[in-house]
Write a protein that binds this ligand. Structure first.
Ligand code: ARG
Length: 608
């Protein structure tokens, strides 16, 4: 049978048996139905069950648009049917089902699909009674996500912040979908920079092997040792000797190395705690012994070439080789990544390895993946490996991001500024008059860290990204502040009306009619949550999730503006009527939004 390259969605047939509690992925369900229709109408071809969400609701809730390419293919098989005829045949072949209300031929060969109201009502009911669940039909994978990965003793900079935010959100998404996720911090904790740090440690804290050296500020410690390294030949010699001692595992130098790593680790941890990031550290040092083995395996396979004393490895079609062994016999960043990819596939049995690292390293990863294939360690049909890159962070002047006083921006200072500005914003809106001091503090944290994360995630990660507190703290448009407000407002509607879970359940049991056009529109959008998040796994772009979240909040506003949920007496302000069906819709909206926030790593507050 002939096949097109088909849908890339990694989802199996969605059956209630395989995943009884999952939400239905409607897009996938429709593709299944059209797949069956095509199989029945044109048994010689497979695929083409392309279903999309049309740009305007005039073309239906969903639209089938595979008839054009199918018609072309059929012509090569000697069947001459124009796209509209093909669409006509498919339309008649769609098996009977409980999802589709009407199918309508449109344009040169589209089929507009409208959902049955009863299906939407039923699915909304499940959403309310079971909560927002992952979609059914997702094939479980073991995934290693390599992210954050700062370098010991050097500054954790805004680039690492981007990796941390994007990587964490990818982990949250994959965890929610039910995958087995390992969050891995590939810290730069091994390498020649430790020579000068250890030599400096010998002088500053000669007692370092017996007593934990009070290094204090590692940044200045690094700078001091770098100055000495660059200006003092004797010191330089000693630094090299220290590297040799460290690499031969001299226990004294291992202790010193550990002490230096510990100081860095504590600094990194502060950032992770503030941003609520969970990650397991497994730095370059973990791969020391494996690197030897890696080199031996590559030697054996005969894929290393001599180059001016170095040993390098070329990948087909890529000009720049990896440096596997330096001329002094030392290993490199490349060596550790070759060791790591083998270990992750071979020992960790990963089905999917994701590297969240700035785009500047795209070439590095392309070469690592290609060389791993050459070595026979990676079969891309079995294991998915990918570099999730991102652009650089720019200041508001569109130049390299710097603080006013120095070259680099310390992340702690940046987050402190975020907190300060968030508080200013809340006080400007007089929230301090309404909220308790505790509530104000929670709101401040949610806004500060939320805006830093959201403004990063809402941009296409491939672009450079302008860091601007003014922009990210705006309360209009697609910003964290706007969305967090919108969310708390929905929660407060239920609070003023004193709604209980029982009342919502009863409304569901009685059936939610969705009689108003705006109610139906909102309900259908909420049911697109599963397909939206499954789509994210195709290319690991997260901004479509932010767009979806923003759309939910605007469509909610459209609904809320015209559909009274709680009616109050104009003069007394007393509640005279509560529309429980609409309250249920508010509840469902808030729940879907909360799940989106959670996937993006944003904390919500009940009051703001
Ligand atoms: N430490 C590196 C850096 O700061 C990033 C490491 C990324 N992960 C990896 N497996 N190479 O540039």
């Amino acid at each position: 049978a002939l096949e097109d390259n088909g849908s890339q969605r990694s989802a199996k047939k969605c059956t209630p048996q395989s995943d009884p509690n999952g939400m239905v992925n409607i897009l996938l369900k429709l593709e299944e139905l059209f797949g069956q229709a095509i199989e029945q109408a044109f048994p010689d071809v497979k695929g083409f069950q392309v279903v999309v969400v049309p740009t305007t609701p005039n073309f239906g809730d969903y639209q089938f648009n595979g008839a054009m390419s199918l018609s072309k293919l059929l012509r090569t098989l000697g069947k001459s049917l124009n796209p509209r005829e093909v669409a006509g045949v498919i339309k008649e072949s769609v098996p009977s089902n409980s999802v589709i209300d009407t199918l309508e031929l449109a344009g040169p060969g589209y089929i507009n699909i409208r959902l049955k109201a009863s299906f939407v009502q039923e699915q909304l009911g499940l959403l309310l009674t079971r909560g927002v669940r992952p979609p059914c039909g997702v094939e479980k994978k073991r995934v290693i996500v390599d992210f954050s990965s700062p370098n010991i003793a050097k500054e954790m900079h805004v680039g690492h912040l981007r990796s941390t935010i994007i990587g964490d959100s990818i982990c949250r998404l994959l965890e929610f979908l039910g995958h087995d996720v390992v969050r891995m911090n590939h810290v730069g904790d091994w390498g020649t920079q430790f020579g000068m740090l250890l030599a400096h440690l010998e002088d500053r804290f000669p007692n370092f092997a017996e007593e934990t050296p009070p290094i204090g500020d590692l940044q200045s410690f690094y700078k001091e040792s770098k100055i000495r390294f660059d200006s003092d030949a004797d010191f330089k010699k000693r630094a090299y000797a220290c590297v040799v001692k460290l690499q031969s595992h001299d226990p004294v130098y291992i202790k010193g190395w550990q002490a230096i790593c510990d100081v860095s680790r504590r600094e990194f941890q502060k950032i992770y705690d503030r941003l609520d990031i969970k990650i397991k550290e497994r730095g370059e040092s973990f791969y020391q012994d494996l690197m030897k083995k890696t080199v031996a395996l590559l030697e054996e396979a005969g894929v290393l070439k001599e180059d001016d004393g170095r040993k390098v490895m070329f990948a087909p079609g890529i000009a720049v080789p990896l440096t596997i062994v330096k001329s002094d016999g030392g290993y490199t960043y490349d060596t550790s990544d070759m060791a790591a990819i083998r270990q992750r596939i071979h020992d960790e049995k990963a089905d999917w390895v994701i590297y969240v690292v700035d785009l500047g390293q795209a070439g590095h990863f392309e070469t690592i993946f290609a060389c791993a294939e050459v070595a026979g360690w990676l079969d891309r049909k079995k294991t998915r490996v990918e570099h999730v890159g991102f652009g650089v962070v720019l200041g508001e002047d569109k130049k390299k991001f710097k603080s006013r006083s120095s070259e680099t921006v310390r992340l702690v200072d940046l987050l402190d500024e975020g907190l300060r500005r968030a508080k200013e914003k809340l006080i400007e809106k007089e929230r301090d008059k309404i909220l308790t001091p505790e509530e104000l503090e929670s709101a401040q944290n949610a806004v500060a860290y939320g805006c830093v994360k959201y403004s990063d995630l809402a941009h296409n990660r491939n672009g450079d990204y302008v860091f601007s507190f003014d922009k990210m703290l705006e309360d209009k448009g697609n910003t964290a502040v706007y969305l967090l407000y919108a969310y708390t407002r929905i929660r407060s509607i239920a609070r003023t009306a004193n709604i209980t879970d029982e009342q919502i359940k009863k409304a569901v049991a009685d059936g939610i009619p969705l009689g108003h056009e705006k109610e139906m529109k909102l309900a259908k959008l909420l049911l697109r949550f599963p397909e939206t998040i499954v789509r994210l796994t195709v290319d690991l772009f997260l901004h479509p999730l932010c767009e979806y979240l923003y759309e939910v909040s605007t469509v909610f506003t459209e609904f809320y503006d015209v559909c009274y949920c709680v009616e109050k007496d104009r003069t007394t302000g007393q509640i005279v009527h509560i529309n429980m069906d609409r309250m249920a819709l508010c509840e469902a909206t808030a729940n879907v939004m909360a799940q989106c926030f959670s996937l993006l790593g944003l904390k919500t507050v009940q009051k703001m």
